[in-house]
Write a protein that binds this ligand. Structure first.
Ligand code: ZN
Length: 60
């Protein structure tokens, strides 16, 4: 498929730390979590986060 590429295809394989699904995009691999799970994780952190963080977020 990548016949025009000389570089060997080295693909980092990683699993989402939340749902353990395969991470396909380089960004997801770098973050260790899939995009959907990242959004959910942020929402959960916000919901369960400390009031200081929330205030800080509002102030910002
Ligand atoms: Zn996931």
């Amino acid at each position: 498929m990548a016949a025009t590429e000389d570089r060997p295809e080295v693909r980092l394989v990683a699993h989402c730390r939340r749902c353990h699904g395969w991470l396909l995009s380089p960004r997801s691999v770098a973050e260790g979590i899939g995009p959907t799970c990242a959004i959910r994780e942020r929402a959960e952190l916000r919901a369960a986060g400390s009031p200081a963080l929330t205030l800080f977020d509002i102030a910002a």
